[in-house]
Design a protein around this ligand. Structure first.
Ligand code: SAH
Length: 254
């Protein structure tokens, strides 16, 4: 009997962001795997086993979930946001590619979720209204030089950039370095958005400029969106500004 592994996106926090499809996948699961704080978002049930693991144990977690599914079980592996964005879906694919043949016979389903950059963008207007890209600032799995190369290319290409994993205890300086790199290419007044814990009780949104951005606090629960030279603000009386990137670009600047 072949089992099933659903890799389920929980969205950014609030349960209203959990899709009905994700809810169904969690309901039918016999076993739940995931990073502890994400699993805590799923209400406990006596007929479901729970297997929390630590933040950095993605590979071991993916393997454990695959082994369990290969025994014929209905397994759900949860991810914050979308499981395909810097998260568990790629980790599971890596393990299937390197693992026993039996894992290729498993029914694997990826259940999408709302990713952090969409949740943050929606809070502030339409910063991702024109071409954009996403870069993880974690250099645990890639060299920092590659991040800088991609930041150069993104800024030169005129992309709005969503920065995931901007800061952690082990990586305190990367965000400052990344902002300095983007500032080489972009106007000082380029809008920058810090969205922290979006969709949770302690959510906060800060809209600033590229010059001021290094002074804004960020942590592991923060997503940073750096605008392009086209990104602008609509100031409004008594309301936060709307940040947007117009859909049209008329000419290519040199
Ligand atoms: N799969 C997740 C991203 C995992 S990487 C997703 O699709 O959202 C972890 C990074 O995502 C964090 O460092 C932060 O940059 C961002 N992030 C995750 N949840 C967030 C939230 N609720 N608010 C703001 N940023 C968040």
């Amino acid at each position: 009997m072949s089992g099933r592994l659903a890799i389920v996106g929980l969205g950014p926090g609030d349960e209203r962001y959990l899709t009905p499809e994700a809810d169904d996948a969690l309901t039918v699961a016999e076993a739940l795997y995931g990073y502890g704080p994400y699993l805590d978002r799923v209400p406990a049930r006596e007929d479901q086993s729970r297997h929390p693991s630590d933040n950095r144990e993605e590979s071991a977690r993916a393997k454990a979930a695959l082994r369990h599914a290969a025994k014929g079980a209905e397994v759900a592996l949860v991810s914050g946001g979308d499981p395909g964005v810097f998260a568990m879906a790629a980790s599971v694919c890596e393990e299937i590619a390197a693992g026993p043949k039996a894992w290729r016979a498993l029914d694997v389903e990826i259940v999408p979720g709302i990713t952090a950059m969409h949740a943050v963008a929606a809070r502030t207007g339409a910063p991702l209204g024109h071409d954009f890209c996403a870069i993880s600032l974690s250099d645990n799995l890639k060299p920092w030089e590659l991040v800088l190369k991609r930041l150069n290319a993104a800024a030169e290409g005129g992309f709005v950039v969503a920065l995931y994993n901007p800061v952690s205890h082990a990586r305190p300086w990367q965000l400052g370095d990344a902002l300095a790199r983007l500032a080489r290419h972009l106007p000082a007044a380029t809008p920058v958005i810090f969205g922290r814990a979006v969709g949770r009780g302690d959510e906060s949104i800060t809209i600033t400029t590229l010059t001021e951005a290094p002074g804004v606090a960020a942590d592991m629960a923060t997503l940073v969106i750096v605008g392009s030279a086209e990104t602008r603000l609509i100031l409004r009386e008594g309301r936060p500004p709307l940040v947007y990137t117009p859909r049209a670009v008329e000419k290519v600047s040199a």
